[in-house]
Design a protein around this ligand. Structure first.
Ligand SMILES: NC(=O)c1ccc[n+]([C@@H]2O[C@H](COP(=O)([O-])OP(=O)(O)OC[C@H]3O[C@@H](n4cnc5c(N)ncnc54)[C@H](OP(=O)(O)O)[C@@H]3O)[C@@H](O)[C@H]2O)c1
Length: 210
């Protein structure tokens, strides 16, 4: 059993979620509201270690009614410091990392109340981590990138829906929404669309793996 998983992302017309400097502010006000609405409807929200380091997001619900979900970061090498906002914002933070770090390296996270989940060796085993999250009561999971994490989740067939907002920009280079090396075959079935802020296009798809 794994959680029902929805990727939420805002990308340029050429599929980039960040430019080469890491700049990624692509959302308009209504897009932020949708993002916070979805956060309020899930049990946990997950990001990759690079997003946690570059953006230092809080991942809390501020622009919608409802409770903030569990905040999960996938971080094999403990790059995200225990002081990151993902762990210190109100509510619970979860560090998903690999086995074998040793208690001393994890002590400061645990001291701050972070729940540590160890799954896999070398790199986080995402399927195992998601099964562990399901065991903690996570039935619906929102993933807020970045491209590296999105790519591996899709490749490993762990994604049920993709919610994407196309922002009226072109970057020409940078991280793409699904950023990997090998090709992935997934077909998406559109079930909802909406124009936001007079120029952003919000699309919701179910994933159809072939
Ligand atoms: N526009 C948007 O909607 C949006 C949303 C989110 C992020 N962003 C931007 O995207 C950029 C970051 O994206 P990114 O693709 O570089 O990084 P990312 O997906 O946030 O993080 C990737 C990292 O996650 C860690 N990881 C651990 N286990 C993994 C596994 N099994 N599979 C995949 N990753 C695993 C890896 O580092 P370790 O091996 O060290 O653990 C990997 O380098 C930032 O610039 C951010 O601002 C934009």
């Amino acid at each position: 059993m794994r959680p029902y998983t929805i990727i939420f992302s805002t990308e340029t017309l050429d599929g980039r979620i960040a430019d080469p400097t890491g700049f990624s502010r692509l959302s308009c006000e209504e897009d932020f509201e949708l993002q916070h609405m979805l956060r309020a409807q899930v049990d946990a929200v997950m990001v990759g270690s690079r997003t946690a380091v570059v953006d230092d997001p809080r991942l809390t619900v501020r622009l919608a009614r409802g409770w903030s979900p569990l905040r999960v970061v996938v971080d094999s090498k403990l790059r995200v410091p225990p002081s990151a906002r993902i762990f210190s914002a109100p509510g619970k933070g979860v560090l998903v990392t690999v086995e074998g770090h040793g208690g001393d390296k994890l002590w400061e996270y645990r001291r701050r109340g972070v729940i540590v989940v160890e799954s896999g060796r070398g790199r986080v085993d995402l399927r195992g981590a998601m099964e562990r999250l399901a065991g903690m009561g996570v039935r619906r999971l929102m993933v807020e990138g970045g491209g590296g994490l999105n790519y591996v989740l899709l490749k490993e067939r762990l994604v049920d829906e993709v919610w994407v907002t196309l922002a009226p920009y072109v970057f020409g280079a940078g991280r793409s929404m699904f950023d990997g090396v090998e090709s992935v075959r997934a077909r998406l079935a559109l079930y909802y669309n909406k124009i936001l802020c007079g120029g952003w296009v919000h699309l919701r798809y179910r994933v159809v793996y072939s």
